[in-house]
Design a protein around this ligand. Structure first.
Ligand code: PNS
Length: 166
């Protein structure tokens, strides 16, 4: 059984992430969506549990996809899935430098661990969780960017955060 681990912050999961997950699920026997910490990013909007819950809500119809929360290094986390590979989406050249650095570092720590890159679908090359949060803070319609199951959750959370900072 070939397993792909799709790691990320998913704060929140977007239609771009969903596109990568659907394509990975069509290629691999099992896809593990791993919600992890990116120490280079500022305080996430959602807790890991909230991000997991939203991802599960969106992905529940895909039988070979599971969602987990994971601490620590991705290269160490991946050891529990024998023969697994990492899958990442690449949106633009700017992603590549960072992703290559991550892939090579992960391989240094865990030499058997390969990273496969999927080119982001043209429709989503501009899309990121950060952009969505920015749009949400202006009360914009999020339905072009987020799975419909979580649009309201994200809009409510951003509004609630904004109120707390007023
Ligand atoms: O969606 P993101 O924020 O681009 O995902 C980045 C993520 C979470 C996959 C990355 O930061 C990560 O692998 N975090 C776990 C800790 C780790 O292994 N760091 C990388 C060392 S090279």
């Amino acid at each position: 059984m070939k397993t792909a681990i799709y790691p990320g912050s998913f704060d929140p999961i977007t239609l771009g992430h969903l596109n990568i997950i659907h394509r990975a699920a069509a290629t691999f026997d099992r896809v593990v969506v791993a919600i992890m910490v990116n120490s280079g990013k500022k305080q996430p909007l959602f807790t890991p549990e909230e991000r997991c819950e939203m991802a599960r809500r969106v992905l529940c119809s895909l039988p070979n996809v599971e969602v987990t929360c994971a601490d620590g290094l991705l290269a160490e986390y991946a050891r529990q899935y024998e023969g697994a590979v990492i899958v990442k989406g690449l949106r633009a050249l700017t992603d590549f430098e960072y992703e290559l650095q991550m892939a090579l570092t992960n391989k240094k720590i865990n030499p058997g661990l390969e990273t496969y890159f999927l080119a982001a679908s043209e429709r989503y090359t501009y899309l990121s969780s950060s952009i969505v949060k920015e749009l949400a803070s202006y009360g914009a319609d999020l339905s072009e960017f987020l799975p419909q199951e979580i649009c309201q959750t994200v809009a409510d959370k951003v509004r609630q955060e904004d109120k707390q900072h007023e």
